[in-house]
Design a protein around this ligand. Structure first.
Ligand code: NAP
Length: 303
């Protein structure tokens, strides 16, 4: 699928169930929901700036010049500007060592003018990613990448969520999808996406199964799912024939050519609700990042 899908004009919140009267899935409009979240975020940012004289500030840290990473960081900075959030850009050479990166992140963690830190990844094989992430203090971990944030997410405690998983949960909520008691199958177990989205679904009382590259019969697992989250990075791996009729399908995959991890054209015929690619999960990730940055700045101003 290479083009944006037609989105339902109705408000997401008006949907009470995932069943589609036409037999074709309703689309979950991440673009529209993200726009509303960003509008609210901009209002909160403006109110905070007026009250404290300081705009919320997101520091973005980029190591090297990987074209995709450069694009992502630029997109995030543009969205910040639109929402009245200041951004501070730190660009480090590709040869930066783990120790140098940790030093930079520690300085940003200590800087009272910075409210959120985004370390763009991947960062190059020679860098100890975990050591770098852990140099971000929890109260500025607005991308939800530290062990502390993951633990808080897993225990249902306050903290920042991983942005894509947090965005997925917001999307489910907007379409009145209550995970409680439903069988959720998460395909993928990465630290930034698969694992945390499974923990968030478990926290909302879903019965969660994780699938990964060693799963024996992926089709059989997916066929049982009331909610499928595809987080693999393999174009169109999940086929429509494996989707349980009426299931909720969340496609977090983003592969070259705007292709998701779900074969959209076949899945849309069986699902009850489905996210398009693009326009589903992707916009929710940035919206969550910016919203959490403003939350971080508000909390700091209250201290
Ligand atoms: P990742 O770190 O490469 O993880 C991929 C996961 O998929 C791994 O757990 C892997 O299993 C599993 N996997 C690979 N091949 C499989 C197969 N044939 N069957 C079942 N599982 C398989 O990827 P990621 O960072 O989580 O990203 C996944 C996708 O989401 C990518 O397309 C990425 O672009 C997209 N993404 C989108 C956003 C957004 O904002 N929309 C944000 C982040 C990522 P093992 O653990 O066994 O290796």
């Amino acid at each position: 699928m290479t083009q944006a899908h037609q989105l339902s004009p109705s408000s997401p919140a008006s949907s009470a169930s995932s069943a589609s009267p036409t037999g074709r899935a309703r689309l979950m409009d991440g673009t529209g929901l993200a726009r509303r979240i960003l509008a609210e975020t901009a209002l909160r940012a403006a109110a905070l700036t007026a009250r404290t004289g300081t705009a919320p500030c997101l520091a973005t840290v980029l190591v090297g010049a990987d074209p995709a990473s450069v694009t992502y960081v630029r997109m995030k900075r543009n969205r910040c500007r639109e929402a009245g959030i200041a951004s501070r850009q730190v660009e480090l050479p590709a040869g930066t060592t783990t120790a140098e990166l940790v030093r930079t992140l520690t300085e940003l963690s200590d800087d009272p003018g910075v409210h959120g830190i985004l370390l763009q990844h991947p960062m190059g094989e020679h860098i100890d990613e975990r050591a770098a992430f852990e140099a971000i203090v929890p109260e500025k971990d607005v991308d939800g990448v530290t062990l502390g944030s993951y633990s808080a997410m897993s225990f249902g405690l306050p903290g920042f969520q991983s942005c894509t998983p947090g965005g997925i949960m917001r999307l489910l909520d907007a379409y009145d999808v209550d995970p409680a008691g439903r069988r959720a199958v998460v395909v993928g177990r990465s630290a930034i996406l698969g694992k945390p989205v499974g923990m968030l679904l478990l926290g909302r009382d879903a019965t969660v199964t994780y699938c990964h590259s060693r799963t024996r019969d992926l089709s059989a697992e997916v066929r049982r799912a009331d909610i499928v989250v595809a987080a693999v990075g393999r174009p169109e791996l999940i086929r429509g024939e494996d989707i349980k009729p009426g299931a909720v399908v969340v496609d977090a995959g983003y592969n070259p050519g705007n292709v998701g991890d779900v074969h959209f054209d076949s899945a849309v015929e069986r699902a009850g609700l489905i996210t398009p690619v693009p326009g589903g999960v992707g916009p929710m990730t940035i919206a969550t990042l910016l919203e959490q940055t403003v939350t971080g700045a508000e909390r700091r101003s209250e201290r």
